[in-house]
Design a protein around this ligand. Structure first.
Ligand code: SF4
Length: 192
Protein backbone atom coordinates (compact mmCIF):
# COMPACT_ATOMS: atom_id res chain seq x y z
CA UNK A 1 0.00 0.00 0.00
CA UNK A 2 1.56 3.27 -1.11
CA UNK A 3 1.67 6.15 1.32
CA UNK A 4 -0.11 9.44 0.69
CA UNK A 5 3.27 11.14 0.10
CA UNK A 6 4.27 8.52 -2.46
CA UNK A 7 0.97 8.87 -4.32
CA UNK A 8 1.46 12.66 -4.36
CA UNK A 9 4.93 12.09 -5.78
CA UNK A 10 3.50 9.80 -8.50
CA UNK A 11 0.94 12.45 -9.43
CA UNK A 12 3.64 15.14 -9.67
CA UNK A 13 5.72 12.80 -11.85
CA UNK A 14 2.70 12.25 -14.08
CA UNK A 15 2.20 16.00 -14.63
CA UNK A 16 5.83 17.14 -14.74
CA UNK A 17 6.66 16.33 -18.40
CA UNK A 18 3.45 18.07 -19.59
CA UNK A 19 3.67 21.54 -17.98
CA UNK A 20 2.93 23.10 -21.39
CA UNK A 21 0.89 20.20 -22.76
CA UNK A 22 -0.27 20.46 -26.37
CA UNK A 23 -1.09 16.78 -26.81
CA UNK A 24 -4.67 17.60 -27.85
CA UNK A 25 -6.17 20.66 -29.57
CA UNK A 26 -7.19 22.25 -26.23
CA UNK A 27 -3.53 22.96 -25.56
CA UNK A 28 -3.50 25.68 -28.23
CA UNK A 29 -6.99 27.13 -27.90
CA UNK A 30 -6.39 29.82 -25.29
CA UNK A 31 -6.17 28.05 -21.95
CA UNK A 32 -4.53 30.07 -19.15
CA UNK A 33 -3.69 27.24 -16.75
CA UNK A 34 -3.77 23.46 -16.91
CA UNK A 35 -6.14 22.27 -14.20
CA UNK A 36 -4.71 18.91 -13.18
CA UNK A 37 -7.02 18.29 -10.21
CA UNK A 38 -6.54 18.53 -6.49
CA UNK A 39 -7.29 16.92 -3.18
CA UNK A 40 -6.15 13.99 -1.10
CA UNK A 41 -3.95 11.74 -3.30
CA UNK A 42 -5.11 8.84 -1.13
CA UNK A 43 -8.81 9.79 -1.19
CA UNK A 44 -11.58 7.20 -0.91
CA UNK A 45 -13.77 9.33 -3.14
CA UNK A 46 -12.88 10.82 -6.53
CA UNK A 47 -15.24 13.37 -8.08
CA UNK A 48 -14.94 13.78 -11.86
CA UNK A 49 -16.38 16.63 -13.89
CA UNK A 50 -16.18 17.63 -17.54
CA UNK A 51 -13.53 20.34 -17.80
CA UNK A 52 -12.37 23.68 -16.40
CA UNK A 53 -14.58 26.76 -16.77
CA UNK A 54 -13.45 30.39 -16.71
CA UNK A 55 -12.81 30.54 -12.94
CA UNK A 56 -10.96 27.22 -12.94
CA UNK A 57 -8.86 28.25 -15.95
CA UNK A 58 -7.95 31.52 -14.22
CA UNK A 59 -7.02 29.88 -10.91
CA UNK A 60 -5.64 26.54 -12.12
CA UNK A 61 -7.94 24.70 -9.70
CA UNK A 62 -11.00 22.50 -10.36
CA UNK A 63 -14.53 23.42 -9.26
CA UNK A 64 -13.84 26.85 -7.77
CA UNK A 65 -16.61 28.84 -9.52
CA UNK A 66 -20.32 28.89 -8.64
CA UNK A 67 -20.76 25.20 -9.47
CA UNK A 68 -17.73 24.30 -7.40
CA UNK A 69 -19.02 26.26 -4.43
CA UNK A 70 -22.31 24.36 -4.63
CA UNK A 71 -20.46 21.04 -4.87
CA UNK A 72 -18.23 21.89 -1.90
CA UNK A 73 -21.19 23.09 0.20
CA UNK A 74 -23.14 19.91 -0.61
CA UNK A 75 -20.40 17.42 0.29
CA UNK A 76 -19.42 19.40 3.39
CA UNK A 77 -23.12 19.44 4.43
CA UNK A 78 -22.96 15.64 4.25
CA UNK A 79 -19.90 15.50 6.49
CA UNK A 80 -17.04 15.19 3.97
CA UNK A 81 -14.45 17.96 3.74
CA UNK A 82 -13.42 19.08 0.26
CA UNK A 83 -9.76 18.38 1.02
CA UNK A 84 -10.60 14.74 1.86
CA UNK A 85 -11.70 13.98 -1.72
CA UNK A 86 -9.81 14.12 -5.01
CA UNK A 87 -11.44 16.32 -7.67
CA UNK A 88 -10.54 16.16 -11.36
CA UNK A 89 -12.00 16.60 -14.83
CA UNK A 90 -11.92 14.52 -18.00
CA UNK A 91 -9.99 17.31 -19.78
CA UNK A 92 -7.47 19.49 -18.00
CA UNK A 93 -7.67 22.57 -20.25
CA UNK A 94 -10.67 24.85 -20.74
CA UNK A 95 -12.56 24.31 -23.99
CA UNK A 96 -13.12 27.70 -25.64
CA UNK A 97 -16.52 29.29 -25.01
CA UNK A 98 -17.31 26.58 -22.47
CA UNK A 99 -18.12 24.12 -25.25
CA UNK A 100 -18.03 20.41 -24.43
CA UNK A 101 -14.70 18.68 -25.13
CA UNK A 102 -14.65 16.67 -28.35
CA UNK A 103 -14.33 12.88 -28.21
CA UNK A 104 -10.77 13.20 -29.50
CA UNK A 105 -9.78 15.75 -26.83
CA UNK A 106 -11.38 13.70 -24.03
CA UNK A 107 -9.85 10.49 -25.20
CA UNK A 108 -6.29 11.89 -25.52
CA UNK A 109 -6.43 13.72 -22.19
CA UNK A 110 -8.02 10.85 -20.24
CA UNK A 111 -5.51 8.36 -21.59
CA UNK A 112 -2.62 10.59 -20.57
CA UNK A 113 -3.91 11.83 -17.23
CA UNK A 114 -7.30 10.87 -15.77
CA UNK A 115 -6.90 7.11 -16.10
CA UNK A 116 -3.49 7.37 -14.44
CA UNK A 117 -4.85 9.66 -11.71
CA UNK A 118 -7.52 7.04 -10.94
CA UNK A 119 -4.93 4.27 -10.88
CA UNK A 120 -2.64 6.24 -8.56
CA UNK A 121 -5.33 7.48 -6.13
CA UNK A 122 -7.27 4.18 -6.31
CA UNK A 123 -10.48 5.60 -4.80
CA UNK A 124 -13.11 3.29 -3.34
CA UNK A 125 -15.73 5.19 -5.31
CA UNK A 126 -15.70 7.39 -8.41
CA UNK A 127 -18.59 9.85 -8.64
CA UNK A 128 -19.08 11.35 -12.10
CA UNK A 129 -20.78 14.75 -12.33
CA UNK A 130 -23.01 15.17 -15.38
CA UNK A 131 -23.31 13.38 -18.71
CA UNK A 132 -19.83 14.06 -20.13
CA UNK A 133 -17.70 12.14 -17.62
CA UNK A 134 -20.32 9.38 -17.38
CA UNK A 135 -20.29 8.86 -21.14
CA UNK A 136 -16.53 9.33 -21.44
CA UNK A 137 -15.95 6.53 -18.93
CA UNK A 138 -18.85 4.16 -19.55
CA UNK A 139 -19.90 4.80 -23.14
CA UNK A 140 -21.99 7.18 -25.22
CA UNK A 141 -25.19 5.20 -24.64
CA UNK A 142 -25.19 5.92 -20.88
CA UNK A 143 -27.76 8.48 -19.79
CA UNK A 144 -27.53 10.44 -16.57
CA UNK A 145 -31.31 10.38 -16.10
CA UNK A 146 -31.30 6.55 -16.12
CA UNK A 147 -28.08 5.87 -14.23
CA UNK A 148 -27.81 8.63 -11.60
CA UNK A 149 -27.72 7.30 -8.09
CA UNK A 150 -26.85 3.74 -9.17
CA UNK A 151 -23.64 1.75 -8.75
CA UNK A 152 -21.83 1.09 -12.06
CA UNK A 153 -18.46 -0.51 -12.77
CA UNK A 154 -15.45 1.13 -14.44
CA UNK A 155 -12.53 -1.27 -14.71
CA UNK A 156 -13.24 -2.75 -11.28
CA UNK A 157 -13.90 0.61 -9.61
CA UNK A 158 -17.37 1.42 -8.25
CA UNK A 159 -18.75 4.39 -10.18
CA UNK A 160 -21.84 6.33 -9.12
CA UNK A 161 -23.11 9.01 -11.51
CA UNK A 162 -24.97 12.14 -10.47
CA UNK A 163 -25.79 15.51 -11.97
CA UNK A 164 -23.24 18.24 -12.59
CA UNK A 165 -23.67 21.06 -10.06
CA UNK A 166 -23.99 23.54 -12.97
CA UNK A 167 -27.22 21.71 -13.88
CA UNK A 168 -28.48 22.17 -10.32
CA UNK A 169 -27.79 25.93 -10.55
CA UNK A 170 -29.96 26.03 -13.69
CA UNK A 171 -32.60 23.66 -12.24
CA UNK A 172 -32.86 24.27 -8.49
CA UNK A 173 -35.63 21.63 -7.96
CA UNK A 174 -33.02 18.96 -8.83
CA UNK A 175 -30.96 19.91 -5.76
CA UNK A 176 -32.83 17.39 -3.61
CA UNK A 177 -31.89 14.55 -5.96
CA UNK A 178 -28.27 15.75 -6.18
CA UNK A 179 -27.98 15.78 -2.37
CA UNK A 180 -29.63 12.34 -2.16
CA UNK A 181 -27.20 10.93 -4.75
CA UNK A 182 -24.18 12.28 -2.88
CA UNK A 183 -25.60 10.97 0.40
CA UNK A 184 -25.85 7.54 -1.29
CA UNK A 185 -22.22 7.87 -2.43
CA UNK A 186 -21.17 8.52 1.16
CA UNK A 187 -23.28 5.59 2.41
CA UNK A 188 -21.53 3.35 -0.13
CA UNK A 189 -18.13 4.67 0.98
CA UNK A 190 -18.92 3.74 4.55
CA UNK A 191 -19.95 0.26 3.43
CA UNK A 192 -16.81 -0.29 1.27
S1 SF4 B 1 -6.68 18.96 -22.40
FE1 SF4 B 1 -5.23 17.44 -21.60
S2 SF4 B 1 -4.25 16.52 -23.40
FE2 SF4 B 1 -5.26 18.41 -24.06
S3 SF4 B 1 -3.65 19.92 -23.98
FE3 SF4 B 1 -4.75 20.01 -22.01
S4 SF4 B 1 -3.63 18.65 -20.63
FE4 SF4 B 1 -2.95 18.20 -22.72
Amino acid sequence: MESKAFKQHLLQELYAPFKNCTQCPLGTLGRTNIVWGEGDPDASLMLIGEGPGADEDAQGRPFVGRSGKLLTKTIEGLGIKREEVFIANIVKCRPPGNRAPTTLESSICMTLFLFNQIKIVRPKIICTLGNSPLQALLGADMKITKTRGTVQDWQGFKLIPTYHPAYILRNPPALKTFVADLAFVIEQLAAS
